[in-house]
Ligand binder design. Structure first.
Ligand code: FPP
Length: 236
């Protein structure tokens, strides 16, 4: 596809794994296992389409409320993913990054994510950014704390522009989100990238994450390219 400069950052809420599995009389964890396969498929297609950053909501700060057994399984997903697909990610020149907090993340899960980030840091292609133990409000509060510290310790000026505040966010180095996709029917943003999605286009799809195809993903990107983004202005 012809590279569209304005579709630089795509964010996805990968919803519906559990419901999809239950519909087939399988355990919810089966949905997550197939969901992991689809992370690979969508990431490869996004990279082929020239997307610069793909941020995936893999584990929210609210997901700790799930039954312990499911939380433990979700913590194993990075290991399953990188064991299976690391070689391919390297071949495709994809960089792994993470936004979120390490606190409460089991050490072995943390080791696996940190290793993937380290090993792919030599790559120069698409950034596959996992939001893991991530919450949007929390990200903004942490940025405010960092800024306050900078004022107190380094004499940073009190005047602050939106662009300057952005640099204190975990995702501060990435372009703002252009397109947010949520699978599986719910129409909410669930504390995901609140600051970064201020002007994002939104697409809410009925299809569950495990069955969301790469062609449907590409259709979303094409649909995005047709949209008229005015950022609060009027059409020229
Ligand atoms: C939402 O489905 C999905 C999740 C909470 C987890 C999604 C994570 C992945 C698909 C893989 C992550 C991969 C890596 C490498 C970290 P749900 O369980 O909320 O589904 P439901 O709404 O049907 O219950």
């Amino acid at each position: 596809m012809e590279k569209n400069q304005s579709c630089r950052h795509v964010a996805i809420i990968m919803d519906g794994n559990g419901r999809w599995a239950k519909k087939q009389n399988r355990e919810r964890t089966f949905g997550h296992t197939i969901g992991v396969e689809n992370v690979r498929n969508i990431a490869i297609r996004a990279n082929d389409l020239g997307i610069e950053v793909l941020t995936l909501y893999a584990f929210s700060t609210e997901n700790w409320k799930r039954p312990l057994e499911e939380v433990n399984f979700l913590m194993k997903l990075p290991e399953i993913f990188f064991k299976k697909f690391m070689k391919e990610l390297m071949e495709k020149n994809i960089r792994i990054r993470m936004i979120g907090e390490w606190e409460h993340v089991p050490q072995d899960t943390r080791d696996i994510l940190e290793r993937a980030i380290r090993e792919t840091s030599v790559n120069t292609g698409m950034i596959l950014n996992f939001a893991f133990n991530y919450g949007g409000k929390r990200e903004i509060v942490l940025a405010a704390q960092k800024y306050a510290q900078d004022v107190r310790d380094n004499g940073r000026a009190l005047e602050l522009t939106e662009d300057e505040f952005t640099t204190y966010l975990m995702s501060g180095e990435y372009p703002p989100v252009d397109l947010m996709i949520r699978t599986s029917g719910e129409q909410r943003i669930s504390n995901f990238l609140l600051w970064e999605m201020a002007y994002a286009e939104m697409m809410f799809l009925d299809v569950a994450w495990p069955e969301f195809t790469t062609d449907e993903f590409e259709a979303c990107i094409r649909d995005f390219m047709q949209r008229d983004r005015r950022y609060g202005g009027v059409k020229a």
